[in-house]
Design a protein around this ligand. Structure first.
Ligand SMILES: [Zn+2]
Length: 304
């Protein structure tokens, strides 16, 4: 229901093309999808996230060619959508760091529902300022490694293609008692995002000493920048993408780290990104077509 039309919709593969080629890569992609789908019946909300509480998704089995290595819950494989691989990027490896809520005044009409979401604030600091400060520091660290960096505002360049896209945010909580960081990726995207999240979470936690907070929310998995099939302001489906909530700006201990030890915070993020870039060599994430579940036509609206 939020599709923008054929300009952003991937072409559907002919049945004979769906599972015939590149079986290993397909199995990898399917395994990633199956990880996200638990239970016999699942439904896909219209932001592409998975909800276990509706039984309207049609049951189905994979064709024999892929069934030995992939189990895909109840998504009908006949409805899977093939996303053609992009033109292979040239030049240095590229990383986009989004400073969450930065330049909200410039967002396009399609993101108007975000307009009131200017982020949290505490201790005289606005979230976007913290996000931008850390983003610039991460950019500086990675540029020293010869990586091309884009510091990206709230509006994402259409179909943004890079080796990594990481959106930086900080949490807020009225009680002031919650703390910790968390990271997540979207759905209906490439197979390397769990690996990106793992690298970020492990390195960030180790370097900053901040506690991990497992309360990943629908706002994170359904983050608009992941919604390539319904929004122009989004990253390409092949771009390994994640969102990091760096900590609670409203908790004094977290805030002390985010604002008082910003270089350390940036160092943790840079380490996570470097590790992922080493684990997934240049070009690998763009080398194959993706196979993703269809854009859901039912369910709740995104909870941005
Ligand atoms: Zn935020």
């Amino acid at each position: 229901m939020h599709e923008l039309g054929t300009d952003t919709a991937p072409r559907r593969a002919e049945p004979s093309q769906r599972f015939g080629r590149r079986r290993g890569i397909l199995a990898t992609a399917m395994a990633g999808i199956s990880t996200a789908l638990s239970g016999t019946h699942v439904a896909l909300a219209d932001d592409g996230s998975v909800s276990p509480d509706a039984g309207t998704a049609p049951p189905g089995d994979l064709p024999a060619t892929a069934a030995s290595t992939a189990v895909v819950g109840s998504v009908d494989p006949g409805a899977m959508v093939r996303v053609s691989r992009p033109e292979m990027p040239t030049g240095p490896r590229r990383v986009g760091i989004q400073a969450g809520h930065w330049r909200m005044a410039d967002i396009p009409d399609e993101l108007r529902r975000l307009a009131g979401q200017t982020g949290t604030s505490a201790g005289g600091v606005a979230e976007w300022q913290v996000n931008l400060d850390i983003a610039n520091r991460v950019a500086s660290l990675l540029r020293d490694d010869g990586i091309a960096i884009d510091v990206i505002p709230a509006t994402v360049p259409e179909g943004y293609l890079a080796d990594v896209f990481l959106s930086l945010h900080a949490d807020g909580d009225l009680s002031g008692t919650r703390r910790g960081f968390k990271a997540a990726h979207g759905t209906r995207r490439g197979p390397y995002e769990p690996q990106l999240v793992r690298a970020i979470v492990e390195e960030y936690g180790r370097v900053t000493g901040l506690p991990s907070n497992g309360e990943v929310s629908r706002n994170m998995t359904g983050y608009y920048a992941f919604g390539w099939s319904r929004l122009r302001s989004s990253v390409a489906p092949h771009t390994p993408a994640a969102i990091l909530e760096m900590g609670y700006l409203t908790h004094p201990d977290d805030r002390a780290v985010l604002t008082g030890q910003a270089e350390r915070v940036a160092g943790g993020i840079a380490r996570g990104i470097r590790r992922f870039l080493e684990e997934v060599p240049a070009g690998v994430a763009f080398a194959e077509d993706l196979l993703v579940p269809p854009a859901p036509a039912w369910g709740r609206r995104p909870a941005w």
